[in-house]
Design a protein around this ligand. Structure first.
Ligand code: PLP
Length: 391
């Protein structure tokens, strides 16, 4: 990787030290160009003629996303966000009283409030997969929880509040062995490491464009395993996802795009496609290697600062580094760093409330370097942190 070149084509690196890639990364020029060119065409030709001229390029986005995760293009739906994708599957599953959702302790807040709403509406039950000694969801413990009432296994692969990488493929083996639908939140994984849906054994996988993929905001995608196409109806449909065959009849599309609706922004989709191609050209193994190297050295440095505790769980850890300080609140640290031009994030307790409650944690500071960050930027962050913490 030529980091200098990669930075040269990332306009955002000029505005401070950007270490919030788990929140929303910086777009590289090819992504920006794809979005701008498409908007320019739309402005000049009009939305529908432009759409016609871009048909092939838009089709290619499905192929790119599919190649990124080892799926078929027909198994991909392009969505407005991770949450859009996740909800359209979750709310389409249809739960009844007594049916169970099994999930992890680090489940993402947006997913968990949907479980709670489903429980309120239907009387379904939520059970938490116990953690192993490292704090990751334990696949062996999951095996013991399986019975006829389990309707869904839903897991957040990489937590929002730390480097924890759950053993998603081991969980997938249990799900496949019992033919239980498996919904994987891969929001913090896609773009920072290789993702292979066949190895993961998931039936549904959701991701966002703006984080590690460095795509535009307002993009995401859904993967649906082909064998599951007819198992659920999308939570909501329009006459793109389904054709109105007769006055009393509709027929769902024969591919994952049944989860899409007619209206979308071609420019953003093309930006997402460019982001996927960019990541694939760099190599996901290489991206993972560098992100983990930066995150590991950051953890080691943070652990040496008096009063600082690194809070990341798991034996495998990704590029999200979280910490707290015994005296200075996370929000105050983040605010001081922002003033110094260093962009990190305060993660709220509710990002993963089961986990923060169990570990009795307050808010944490999250630092998430991407491959384009420099070692010298991490040093500047540490200096700014020392100043923020005071004598
Ligand atoms: C683990 C996880 N899942 C889901 C989301 C939500 O993604 P989106 O904002 O694209 O819906 C996030 C965003 O921070 C996340 O960290």
């Amino acid at each position: 990787m030529n980091i200098d070149e990669l930075r040269a084509e990332t306009p955002g690196v000029g505005s401070g030290i950007y270490l919030n890639n788990a929140g929303c990364s910086l777009m590289p020029q090819p992504v920006i160009g794809a979005v701008q060119n498409s908007f320019a065409l739309e402005a000049k030709a009009g939305g529908f003629p432009a759409r016609m001229q871009e048909t092939q390029a838009l089709d290619a986005v499905y192929a790119s996303v599919a190649a990124l995760i080892n799926a078929k293009p027909s198994e991909i739906a392009l969505m407005g966000s991770h949450t859009d994708a996740w909800q359209s599957v979750f709310y389409g599953l249809g739960f009844s009283e007594g049916e169970k959702i099994l999930t992890g302790r680090a489940e993402y807040g947006a997913n968990y409030v949907a479980f709670l709403q489903m429980r309120k509406r239907t009387g379904c039950e939520i059970e938490i997969i116990p953690c192993d000694a490292s704090g990751a969801s334990d696949a062996q413990a999951l095996e013991k929880m399986i019975d006829d009432r389990v309707k869904l296994i839903a897991l957040t692969w990489i937590s929002t509040n730390g480097g924890l990488v759950n053993p998603a493929a081991e969980i997938g083996k249990v799900a496949r062995a019992h033919a239980i639908p498996y919904l994987l939140d891969a929001c913090q994984a896609v773009g920072q490491m290789p993702v292979d849906v066949a190895a993961l054994g998931c039936d549904y996988l959701c991701a966002t464009g703006r984080k590690w993929l460095r795509g535009p905001k307002g993009t995401g995608f859904l993967y649906v395993r082909e064998e599951r196409f007819d198992d659920i109806e999308p939570a909501t449909i329009d006459d793109f996802g389904a054709s109105w065959r007769a006055p009393d009849e509709y027929e769902l599309r024969g591919d994952a795009r049944r989860f899409e609706t007619h209206e979308h922004a071609p420019a953003l989709r093309l930006g997402l496609g460019a982001a996927v191609d960019y990541a694939r050209a760099l190599g996901l193994d290489e991206i993972r290697r560098r992100v983990r190297h930066l995150a590991m050295s950051l953890r080691a440095e943070l652990a040496r600062i008096p009063g600082v505790t690194v809070r990341d769980l798991g034996s495998e850890r990704a590029g999200l580094v979280t910490f707290s300080h015994e005296r200075v609140a996370a929000a105050d640290i983040t605010a001081a760093l922002h003033k110094a031009g260093v962009w990190v994030k305060t993660v709220p307790r509710a990002g993963a409330l089961l986990d923060t409650t169990e570990r009795e944690l307050g808010e944490l500071v999250r630092v998430s370097p991407h491959y384009f960050n420099l070692e010298s930027e991490l040093e500047s962050f540490l200096k700014a942190l020392h100043r923020a913490l005071g004598p």
